[in-house]
Design a protein around this ligand. Structure first.
Ligand SMILES: [Cu+2]
Length: 120
């Protein structure tokens, strides 16, 4: 096959499988929408594929309306598709929003958000 033809096929595959081809959040800890009674020390996010860490990021919006980038974002040494972001120490009770932005190996971004609540 000629090179342009292969490229066209790849493009068609990407367009057809948009959701499949890109990193989507599969699992999180704290769980999506959950309420935890112990303030978590870190956020664990598992995606449908390996992320490029340099182009990915996680932001935390706190109950007081502020937001901060959670750094550094690291790969879970036990799971190549999972990343770990540190959380500020002893989060006060309230509802937190996590906004993530992921860079897939094919250089496309996906993003999403979810909330979790810290209760007494
Ligand atoms: Cu893509």
């Amino acid at each position: 096959m000629t090179k342009p033809f292969i490229c066209a096929l790849v493009l068609m595959a990407i367009t057809a499988g948009q959701a499949m081809a890109h990193a989507q959040l599969v699992k999180a800890d704290p769980k999506v929408g959950s309420t935890v009674t112990t303030p978590p020390a870190r956020l664990w996010l598992r995606f449908s594929q390996v992320l490029r860490l340099s182009g990915s990021g996680v932001k935390l919006s706190t109950p007081d309306g502020k937001s901060q980038v959670l750094e550094p974002l690291t790969q879970d040494p036990k799971d190549v598709r999972a990343v770990i972001a540190p959380l500020p120490a002893s989060l006060p009770p309230g509802r937190y929003k996590v906004s993530w932005r992921a860079l897939s190996p094919d250089a496309h971004h996906t993003q999403g958000d979810f909330s979790f609540t810290v209760a007494h």
